[in-house]
Structures are given as C-alpha cells and as structure tokens.
Design a binder for this molecule. Structure first.
Ligand SMILES: *[C@@H]1O[C@H](CO)[C@@H](O)[C@H](O)[C@H]1NC(C)=O
Ligand SMILES: *[C@@H]1O[C@H](CO)[C@@H](O)[C@H](O)[C@H]1NC(C)=O
Ligand SMILES: *[C@@H]1O[C@H](CO)[C@@H](O)[C@H](O)[C@H]1NC(C)=O
Ligand SMILES: *[C@@H]1O[C@H](CO)[C@@H](O)[C@H](O)[C@H]1NC(C)=O
Ligand SMILES: *[C@@H]1O[C@H](CO)[C@@H](O)[C@H](O)[C@H]1NC(C)=O
Ligand SMILES: *[C@@H]1O[C@H](CO)[C@@H](O)[C@H](O)[C@H]1NC(C)=O
Ligand SMILES: *[C@@H]1O[C@H](CO)[C@@H](O)[C@H](O)[C@H]1NC(C)=O
Ligand SMILES: *[C@@H]1O[C@H](CO)[C@@H](O)[C@H](O)[C@H]1NC(C)=O
Ligand SMILES: *[C@@H]1O[C@H](CO)[C@@H](O)[C@H](O)[C@H]1NC(C)=O
Length: 454
C-alpha cells in the first residue's frame, strides 16, 4: 500500500498492530485490557506532572495557599493585561501582571473628590506598545538591577560579568537589560480586595548570574497602625527577592510616575512642593547619567538639588542645567538618604519624601528602608503621550481645563532604591545591600506612600 520497501519488516508489523488496536475488528477482552492499561498510564502520568508542578510551585513560592495559587496564576498567565483592583477606604489601586505594574491610584483631594495621582494608560494593552516605543517604564517594577550599570560590567569576587548594554549605544545597562522585569509577565500568587502579590522567577535572564525569585506585594489600608498613626490612605510596596543559586547583584525599584495635581496643571513646577529632608548629598554622574564616583553636596548647582527644607519643584530648576545629562535641564538624580540617629538601624523604614500640591491639596509622604532615592522630573516627556482619558474626564467635570498630554516637567518619578551603580563603586561601602547569594538574607525594598490633604 505504497509503503517504502526499505522500511523493513519490523515497522509495518508494528504499524499494523497499532492500527488494529485503534480500529479493532472486534472488542476482545485483550483489547479492552490494553485500553485500560493505556488509560491508567495516562492518568498516572498527568497526575505525577500535576503533583510535580504543585510541589515545584510550593518550593519556589513558599506559600501555603496552593490551590489558590494554582487557580489565580492560571488566570494571570492567561492575561498579563488583566486589571486587578485593590482598595481600602479612600484609596483604590489598579495593577497588571505585565511588569507588576501600578496603573492607577485614586485618592481624595481637599474637596473629597477622587483623583488619579499616577501617570499611565487607561488601556492596559497600551503598556506593551509603550515598551516598544517610548519605553517610559510607567508604574513598573524594574530589575534585576535598577538604573544604570557602567559598561554593563561588574565584578563579584574574582569573576567579571558582562551583561548586554541596552542604552547609550552600548555604554551601559539600564533597568536590567533589553528585557527587564518591567516587561515580564509576572504570576499573581495572592489576591485579596486590599492586597496583591506578583511573583517572578528569573533564571539567569539578561546575563545576570543565577536564579532569583521575587515577590512584589502591593497593599492598601487606612487603619491606624504604628507606621500609619493618622490612619491615612496608604499604599505599601514590598519587593522581596531571593538569590537561589549564585552570588548576584539585586536592586529592584518601583518606577511610579506621580502627579499630585492630577493634570489640572500643565506641569508640576509651580504647584508641587517637594521636600527630601534627609538628602544633603547626591551621586555625581557624567553626561549620560552614569555615576563617576563623586558624591556631591546639595549646595552644588547653586543649590538646585537642595530640597532638605522643601521648595516648589520648579523653584531652582533652571540651575539644574546638565544635572539630568548633557543638554538637559532638570532632575534625574540619585539622592542619598542619611539616616538620623532615631532611624540608625540600617534597614528600618524612614520618612524620606514629603510632597504636596497646592492645586489639589493632595500630599504624599514616602518612607522606605532603602539607602537612596532617584528623582526624575519628567525632563524627557514632550507632550506626546496623552493624559488618561479617565482623568481628563474628571478634570472636565470639575470645570478644569487641565493638561491633555504629559508635558516636560509634567510628573515626578520617585524610585526608592540603593546607591546607583554601587556595585562598581566598592569604596562606597554599599555592597552588603546590593550583592546577594543563597547564603545571605533576602533583598527587601520596602516603601509606604501615605496620602493626606493640606
Ligand atoms: C475619606 O475621605 C473623606 C473625604 O475626604 C473624609 O471625609 C473621610 O474622613 C475619609 N475617611 C477616612 C477613614 O479617612
Ligand atoms: C511616544 O510614542 C509616540 C508614538 O510612537 C511618539 O509619537 C512620541 O513622540 C513618543 N513620545 C515620547 C515622549 O517618547
Ligand atoms: C567594558 O566591557 C568590555 C567587555 O567586557 C571590556 O572589554 C572593557 O574593558 C570594559 N571597559 C571598561 C572601561 O570597564
Ligand atoms: C508578556 O506578554 C505579552 C502578551 O502576551 C507578550 O507580548 C510579551 O512578549 C510577554 N513578555 C515576555 C517577556 O515574554
Ligand atoms: C474585603 O474583604 C473583607 C473580608 O473578606 C471584607 O470584610 C471587606 O468588607 C472587603 N472590603 C471591600 C472594600 O470590599
Ligand atoms: C506660579 O504661581 C504663582 C503664584 O500662584 C504665580 O504668581 C506665577 O505666575 C506662577 N508661575 C507660572 C510660571 O505659572
Ligand atoms: C563627576 O560628575 C560631577 C557632576 O555630576 C562633576 O561635578 C565631577 O567633577 C565629576 N567628577 C569626576 C571625577 O569626573
Ligand atoms: C507642603 O510641603 C512643604 C514642604 O515640602 C511645606 O513647607 C508646606 O508647608 C506644605 N504645605 C502645606 C499647606 O502643608
Ligand atoms: C518626543 O520625544 C520622543 C522621545 O525622545 C521623540 O522620539 C519625539 O520625536 C519627540 N517628539 C517631539 C514632538 O518633540
């Protein structure tokens, strides 16, 4: 029947046997027995695989609610752009698995009207397009190592690592490489009406050494606690990473763009007060924002960087010429957090930012366990990304003719993190907060964001 004579004797015999099994002339007890065996083998095989998977995920995630993990994660894997809402009184956050990303945050203004104070898109799918075009990192978790790594190179002990440089024509690695954590489809491992946890297993991605598992937990609450004595609406972010197999740099950060005036003004320069009470020093960098090893006092740049007692964002911005790189005026600066005696414990949570908007009356207080923070004043925006339609609508309903596009200086990014590129500046003494191994404790980036009104 057209079979190749070269296939020999064994194969046609085997195929014939197979065919008679699939299409038996007669159902004999022997055929039934073989069917039962195949059925049993399949069931056992699937069973073992499912069991293995469950065991694996419990090992990886170390979390108790296994059945919940399985069902929630299946949904998340299916759609990285599904919006998850968490809320408490006077605070509602929306997040998506793509980049473990905060896409909106509603808090009341001084009139009790809810405003969205984070920059982003209403349509979650737009974040994928953003990555391919502007690559703003709006609201994402960035990693494995936030900010820039000089020359994409670092040493650990006697090993030299070289990872892909994705910025400035090969001069440095920005936010973890070509495909950083901001582009990863995280797994939702827990979800309640006030908290969500995204998890991600990084198996030596982008050339970094070894496996790292991270749990990013976001929660909101309005209860009075020691950390929140006034019972203000509060967002808490916790990025907990474990080096599983090798010694590696780890420095994750949230990359949230804030706008406390909710785009009722064209920029944040003239209505937004910023205070960095503990930051008398910042990290000096070259024309492409790579640290050059210098630590500067905030009196540099005619005091443009001095936010210790607070001032309007725009007050001295003209003196911040070159501070955000060659031919750039504005802030893109890593401020050091120098802990006062009452917060001397190196990883205790300490208040580092106070910000408020005279337009909406919304205030934000940020506290963190991190040793530094990056402030970026949206110098790179140029009025080409539209403001969320949902916020434009709120502004119109209030009769306010606000911004329709995200303008230059139209927002502020606050990244609580370690001293940037400290892995290449061992003299700074920051390595114990940046290099992790299976033998060290976890890397924990913990921050709280409290909202009030003035
Ligand atoms: C929630 O916000 C409203 C309007 O600003 C305020 O009246 C109320 O006291 C707030 N609730 C809590 C628990 O803070
Ligand atoms: C954002 O992307 C759009 C579409 O590609 C482009 O027109 C615009 O110039 C970009 N804006 C910024 C700030 O990168
Ligand atoms: C940059 O990285 C390349 C490739 O690893 C290396 O050959 C070179 O020496 C590095 N340059 C500096 C200045 O570290
Ligand atoms: C995340 O999911 C989106 C949509 O399926 C996909 O386009 C993207 O490539 C995924 N990201 C990664 C890093 O696999
Ligand atoms: C959240 O869930 C808890 C317990 O399941 C319930 O008591 C509470 O009312 C819920 N809150 C909201 C805002 O839905
Ligand atoms: C900033 O606000 C002050 C006081 O409201 C006002 O006098 C000034 O004209 C404003 N400047 C700009 C550039 O909007
Ligand atoms: C490093 O950069 C700062 C500007 O941020 C500059 O003032 C300083 O002179 C530079 N230091 C070196 C050693 O290049
Ligand atoms: C806003 O914040 C600044 C400090 O950054 C502070 O001086 C000012 O008093 C605050 N405004 C109000 C009305 O609380
Ligand atoms: C806005 O910025 C983006 C990214 O830098 C650039 O591609 C685009 O040409 C700019 N658009 C305008 C109108 O300046």
């Amino acid at each position: 029947m057209g079979r190749s004579p070269r296939s020999g004797q064994g194969l046609p015999q085997f195929l014939g046997c197979f065919r008679s099994l699939l299409l038996p002339a007669r159902i004999t007890p022997r055929v039934l027995f073989v069917y039962c065996l195949i059925f049993l083998a399949t069931i056992i095989f699937i069973g073992i695989r499912m069991h293995f998977r469950t065991t694996l995920s419990s090992v990886l995630y170390g979390m108790p609610a296994l059945s919940q993990i399985a069902s929630v994660s299946a949904a998340a894997t299916a759609d990285p752009f599904r919006l998850y809402t968490i809320s408490a009184e006077n605070i509602t956050a929306k997040l998506i698995p793509y980049g473990a990303r905060l896409t909106s945050l509603l808090v009341p203004d001084r009139d009790g009207n809810l405003q969205d104070v984070v920059v982003g898109y209403d349509d979650p799918k737009q974040y994928l397009i953003d990555t391919e075009t502007n690559h703003t990192y709006f609201g994402a978790v960035v990693g494995r190592y936030a900010n820039r790594i000089k020359n994409g190179t670092f040493d650990i002990g006697t090993s030299v690592y070289h990872i892909p440089e994705n910025e400035n024509g090969g001069e440095d690695t920005l936010h973890g490489g070509w495909v950083g954590y901001d582009q990863r489809n995280w797994t939702v491992t827990s979800y309640t009406n006030s908290s969500i946890t995204f998890s991600f297993v990084d198996r030596g991605l982008e050339g970094f050494p070894g496996d790292v598992v991270t749990h990013a937990t976001f929660s909101v609450q309005t209860e009075t606690t020691t950390e929140n004595p006034r019972g203000l609406p509060q967002l808490t972010t916790k990025l907990v990473s474990l080096a599983l197999t090798e010694t590696t740099p780890i420095m994750l950060a949230n990359h949230i763009y804030w706008n406390l005036n909710a785009f009722k003004d064209e920029t944040v320069l003239n209505d937004t007060w910023l205070q960095l009470p503990l930051s008398r020093r910042f990290i000096g960098s070259n024309g492409i924002l790579i640290p050059n090893g210098t630590i500067l006092d905030v009196s540099a740049y005619d005091g443009a960087t001095d936010f210790t007692t607070g001032k309007l964002v725009g007050e001295d911005i003209e003196s911040a010429d070159g501070l955000c790189g060659t031919d750039c005026t504005g802030y893109d600066t890593c401020f050091i957090v120098d802990r006062p005696p009452q917060y001397a414990a190196r990883n205790s949570i300490v208040p580092i930012v106070h910000m408020n908007s005279s337009t909406t009356g919304i205030s934000l207080d940020v506290a963190t366990n991190q040793q530094a923070l990056q402030i970026y004043s949206c110098n790179g925006q140029n009025g080409t990304i539209p403001v969320k339609q949902s916020q434009i609508k709120r502004n119109q309903e209030e009769g306010i003719d606000g911004a329709e596009y995200v303008n230059k200086y139209g927002c502020i990014v606050i990244e609580t993190e370690g001293w940037i590129d400290a892995i290449n500046q061992p003299q700074w003494g920051q390595l114990s907060d940046q290099i992790y191994s299976p033998e060290t404790g976890p890397a924990v980036n913990w921050a709280t964001y409290q909202f009030g009104t003035i």
